[in-house]
Design a protein around this ligand. Structure first.
Ligand code: ZN
Ligand code: FE
Length: 256
């Protein structure tokens, strides 16, 4: 039913900021607060007034602008239950399957720990969009700062279970370097080879590679491809459990 309007913009050196607007009610949420000036410029450009902040996790490039924006707009701040004490100005802490309302639009919260202990994603099912913060990137996934490979694999598996045509809004433009790693561990994946060329072409003219989709990530993102024989053969884990293939892939990326 809902017809959300989503405005994407660059923030800091490689973050993306997002404003989500429900035209029926006039409500507008910032997904994370990477940079106050960039968010204010985006609000001015669209002519929207900030009513909510939806935080995915506590890192400074995601919640660092909370207090300044709350002071100016009096907006309501929603954030992860597992990081309640670390989210500046939080009004409501949410976790798995909680419903977050933005006017007439509704997001279901998905717990996706791994990058941080309490990381959450916001899934607007009526609009087929998910905001994943630093959990899933185009051809990548977040570093495991506070969680285990098993936690992250479980989190990514939840995102993989969303419909393939779900649009995925992640928080950073890391795609081109992610593609180099992806090709190193799955060199014979034709879809990945084609996508990598497309990414190089896009970046050469300064275009964004985000958003992506669940279907495209399942076909090309090595962190979602633990079942791939090409990946398994390359990293020497042909008969291993999916979680161990994921863990080894993540460990290799950390050293790449
Ligand atoms: Zn982060
Ligand atoms: Fe980040």
């Amino acid at each position: 039913m809902s017809k959300l309007q989503i405005h994407q913009f660059e923030a800091l050196s490689d973050n993306y900021g997002y404003l989500v607007h429900d035209p029926e009610s006039g409500s507008t949420a910032a997904i994370d607060t990477p940079e106050v000036s960039a968010i204010e410029a985006a609000l001015a450009e669209k002519g929207w007034t900030l009513t909510h902040i939806f935080n995915t996790h506590h890192h400074a490039d995601h919640a660092g602008g909370n207090l300044a924006l709350k002071e100016k707009y009096g907006c309501i701040i929603v954030g992860p239950k597992g990081e309640e004490k670390l989210i500046p100005g939080i009004d409501r802490a949410v976790g798995q399957d909680d419903i977050v309302e933005l006017g007439f639009a509704k997001a279901r919260v998905i717990d996706v720990p791994g990058h941080t202990r309490g990381h959450i994603a916001y899934y607007f099912g009526d609009d087929d969009v998910v905001f994943v913060g630093d959990t899933l990137f185009a051809l990548g996934c977040g570093r495991l700062f506070e969680g285990t490979p098993q936690q992250m694999w479980t989190s990514l598996s939840k995102l993989m279970a969303l419909p393939d045509d779900t649009t995925v809004y992640c928080a950073h433009e890391y795609t081109q370097s992610n593609a180099r790693f992806a090709l190193s561990v799955e060199p014979h994946n034709a879809a990945l080879i084609a996508r990598s060329k497309d990414i190089d072409e896009k970046r050469a003219r300064g275009a964004w590679t985000v958003p992506t989709s669940i279907g495209l990530e399942k076909a090309t993102n090595p962190f979602l491809r633990a079942a791939s024989n090409d990946l398994r053969a390359t990293i020497g884990l042909v008969g291993a459990a999916d979680v161990d293939v994921f863990a080894e892939t993540r460990a290799r990326k950390d050293k790449f």
